[in-house]
Design a protein around this ligand. Sequence first.
Ligand SMILES: [Zn+2]
Length: 341
Amino acid sequence: MRAAVLNAYTTTEIGGVVVVGEVDSPTIENADDLIVRVVGAGVCRTDLHILEGQNFGERPVPLPHVLGHENAGVIEAVGAGVVNFAVGDLVLCYPFLTTGLDHAERQGFEHHVVDRSTPGINAPGGYAEFLKIRERAAVALPKGCDPIEYAPLADAGLAAFRACRKAAEVLRSSDTAYIVGVGGLGHLGLQILKILSPAKVVAIDVRQAARDLALRLGADAAYASFAEAAHASINPPKAVIDFVGSEETLTSAIDGIQTGGRLELVGVEGRLDIPARLLVERELTVSGSLVGTYAELLELTELVADGRLEVVVTKYSLEQVAMALTDLREGRVLGRAVLVP
Ligand SMILES: [Zn+2]
């Protein structure tokens, strides 16, 4: 099959190290295996981190490697024990492949299972014609839908959903919440927060096109920075959901958030250094959010199926993989970049 193979780490030119070529197709080995013909594979900032050789767990991802942890497509083959899916079904791929036996998973947190397999991270991913997953990781999509529209839900949408659900717990109708970064995650997050909470939602992004998108998708206001929002007499946020996580956005969030407020962190670009006294005196909650659970992905998928959540995608062919990754790195993608193998 054709796949985009990462052959070396790079912090500069991507074109020479991610190369489309022929690799072995995955095959059914276990009774619960599913082979999915990939229709859409989302391009994530985590892919850029892998590309740069940053550590995942204890070490960089071994090469050669096929990226792509945000996948949707059509079932091509099923193992002998698969009961809920058949060849031809459309599916969204929950990113973590687990057994169901781990203690964390029995409590409903499959994303906390330590020895999980994650296609695109520590197993071959979806930047390819075919992808192997397990039946328990498949989410059925509506018949006749376009899987490309659903692919970004598997990680971008799910991470946004979980963070917004946690932030919504502290939000009342008189509150304001800030969404920081209107990219692949943030453009979904602001819509999800409008559904899950009664608060006013303010989008923060340095890019004019991203702010325009935020307003079109229902944000109550959009500004380039916390300072600009404060200058416009926007209420200080009760909750901030930071999809960037840079030193600058984290500092703005901690300085700007109301006493008793909550910072929900999804972006991982920087470091957070907070005096203990400040956290105590202002009773702030700082919380990390990692992707999400299978059950949350089901809930999220229904929002799109019901037409309540718009997924904005910029499509690239498999051959345009380097362009897609470069555009993401340079901040040129509107919504989520999706490879169409
Ligand atoms: Zn990701």
